[in-house]
Design a binder for this molecule. Sequence first.
Ligand SMILES: Nc1ncnc2c1ncn2[C@@H]1O[C@H](COP(=O)(O)OP(=O)(O)O)[C@@H](O)[C@H]1O
Ligand SMILES: N[C@@H](CC(=O)OP(=O)(O)O)C(=O)O
Length: 358
Amino acid sequence: MANTMQFSSIIQKNSLHCQALSWQRFAFAKCVSSSSRLCVSVRNSCGGRGGLRVSCEGARIDVIERKKSENLGVDESEKQLTCVMKFGGSSLASAERMREVAELILSFPNERPVIVLSAMGKTTNKLLLAGEKAVSCGVTNISCIDELSFVKDLHHRTVDELGIDRSIIATHLEELEQLLKGIAMLKELTPRSRDYLVSFGECMSTRIFAAYLNKIGVKARQYDAFDIGFITTDDFTNADILEATYPAVAKRLHGDWITDLAIPIVTGFLGKAWRTCAITTLGRGGSDLTATTIGKALGLQEIQVWKDVDGVLTCDPNIHPHAKPVPYLTFDEAAELAYFGAQVYIFEAVNVIELCKY
Ligand SMILES: Nc1ncnc2c1ncn2[C@@H]1O[C@H](COP(=O)(O)OP(=O)(O)O)[C@@H](O)[C@H]1O
Ligand SMILES: N[C@@H](CC(=O)OP(=O)(O)O)C(=O)O
């Protein structure tokens, strides 16, 4: 069967207005997800948010762990992770949205997913702006940078609303302020310090989300991608993932999973430079690439990239509000769309899946 990208619309719009609506939405998500496994087609919702589900059936990846798993019995194979679910900033913009994401994940009881998260909302942009302001504002004025206050308030409000202890992000917020002071002292923001700066977004969102899952009784474990084998070139702000990443990530995630069944919550977007060992980023929107890399590393059949649109549309809905969902896309079409800059996913992410085809 030819590989296609498969889309399922999932969530209804205007969710923030009504709690009842959001429950309805999850029921809908559940019913769509189970049927869309059997039938490759678009599920049209009445103008709602959606999930972009990228299916790479028949992937053949030479990862030692995968070969081992093929020889396991039924009970053993049930211990394998089954898919990747990636949620971007817009899906994680507040405590409420995080709760919805948790509900959504739990509405797939048969999945044992690896969760990849971006930074909350517009955190990455705010951190970059804070860094630029720090260059010229003077060390003593760091705490007056609006973007720093915004990031602090957003994360504090989120942990408070989720009922998690602030200590889960306290060290990161302190280090973030220290880093901005350092930038102010040096009066320069290099690509390398830029990557370190934005990494705080993903490091905090994943810690908050993992803590929340644990709080509601769902065992989860947080991972920083740069600590579990995401090895990249030293091209700060736009690093490439190196081949060594695949076996390393598979070994770590799979090994931890079979020892202790806790849902892995992994930072998107981040890696570790192989020469300098400093934190790198994979280019804007790079969490999609983290998701497909993990999918390829573990030899998973499905990578779900959840977005706030009904799948890939005929046009950016911000440009044309009546854009319609595209029911099917071949990998080549998807790659072309991404290559020419459709924000909905990034080219490199599609490219990794392309490598998994028959
Ligand atoms: N052809 C397209 N189809 C769907 N969405 C598109 C398209 N082109 C651009 N977009 C935009 O991409 C956005 C989703 O991508 P993004 O904001 O990066 O999501 P996230 O932060 O959740 O990863 C949509 O909200 C939409 O505005
Ligand atoms: N937070 C990073 C990485 C990313 O992928 O974000 P999102 O999934 O929200 O596009 C960025 O803004 O570029």
